[in-house]
Design a protein around this ligand. Structure first.
Ligand SMILES: CC1=C(/C=C/C(C)=C/C=C/C(C)=C/C=O)C(C)(C)CCC1
Ligand SMILES: [Fe+2]
Length: 294
């Protein structure tokens, strides 16, 4: 199947899963909150994070990484950037979280396929992070409070709540304006908006991150690396995933004895933020160099 066809199929699958989740109102509600959190975190790690573990493939296309020394330097710079982000969380958590949200919106805005107006990408990228505060502001504030102090967490969730109504309206208008140019991209924007608005924040993020952002990225990297096979992608992703698992286990031992939920959320989102910075340095270079029209 052609690359564009595969990516469009992935878009349709994401939309169908979202529709199923929204219509069936499927929820993990009967499960205890900590178990829900653990399951979602596990899904994010297994199905979402591996897209970042493919970064060495992008690096190999962008830089002349011929010798082992060059690869060691690449890994060191990658980890140093990630460590700097963790340090930022320690020193200035509120600044860290606001910057993480803004930078993530910019990163997610790369998902839509093909040429799109800036306002379409802007509204799409922000929808994932702003719209959960429309109907679930208290849950968003609680999640934020694991990362920053509770009063700042409430203020930030309230701020996002204020942004959310105009954001939803603007996203619907943007979707309508793009229907004729690319109906599937409009449907994707509509589904991301519905998912982020209606489903509880962590479940919504999990589905978006795994079935849309991560999946689409894997398909793009596959095409970008001269259509490498899935098994070769798996071979590239396995060592970083293993290292990440070991790193997470070590970090878990080190973390202060707060509640399990707090530790899971901290580990998950601080690690995501830390890895996002070097990940974006590579992805955005490829993106602006052109994912070759996709
Ligand atoms: C903390 C937090 C959120 C933000 C998560 C972000 C911003 C994730 C970004 C991940 C990236 C950029 C991965 C890169 O590939 C949500 C979902 C609003 C829910 C409330 C808690
Ligand atoms: Fe990404």
């Amino acid at each position: 199947m052609k690359k564009v066809a595969v990516i469009r199929l992935q878009g349709l699958i994401f939309c169908s899963l979202t529709a199923a989740l929204v219509l069936a109102g499927v929820s993990l509600a009967p499960l205890p909150a900590t178990v829900q959190l653990l399951l979602l975190a596990l899904a994010i790690v297994i199905f979402g994070v591996p897209h970042g573990a493919l970064d060495p493939m992008l690096a190999a296309r962008l830089y002349p990484l011929k010798s082992p020394l060059a690869w060691v330097s690449f890994v060191l710079v990658y980890l140093l950037l990630a460590a700097a982000v963790v340090l930022l969380w320690w020193l200035a958590p509120v600044f860290f979280l606001v910057a993480f949200l803004v930078v993530s919106a910019a990163h997610f805005s790369g998902d839509p396929v093909g040429k799109k107006p800036w306002w379409f990408r802007f509204l799409y990228g922000g929808a994932v992070l702003v719209l959960p505060a429309l109907l679930h502001a208290a849950q968003v504030a609680e999640l934020f409070s694991f990362l920053i102090n509770p009063s700042a967490a409430n203020t930030l969730a309230d701020g996002l709540h204020l942004l959310a109504w105009p954001w939803l309206l603007a996203a619907l208008v943007a979707g309508a304006l793009q229907v004729r140019a690319d109906w599937l991209a409009s449907l994707e924007l509509l589904c991301v908006a519905a998912l982020a608005t209606l489903i509880s924040p962590l479940s919504a993020f999990t589905l978006f991150f795994c079935a849309m952002h991560g999946a689409r990225h894997v398909l793009r990297v596959k095409a970008f690396s001269a259509d490498a096979s899935f098994s070769s992608l798996l071979r590239v992703a396995a060592p970083p995933m293993l290292a990440l698992t070991v790193g997470a286990a070590l970090a878990w031992q080190w973390m202060p004895e707060v509640s399990v939920s707090a530790r899971v959320v901290q580990l998950l989102f601080v690690a995501l933020a830390a890895l996002t910075v070097p990940h974006m340095c590579l992805v955005e270079r490829v993106r602006f160099g052109g994912w070759v029209g996709s």
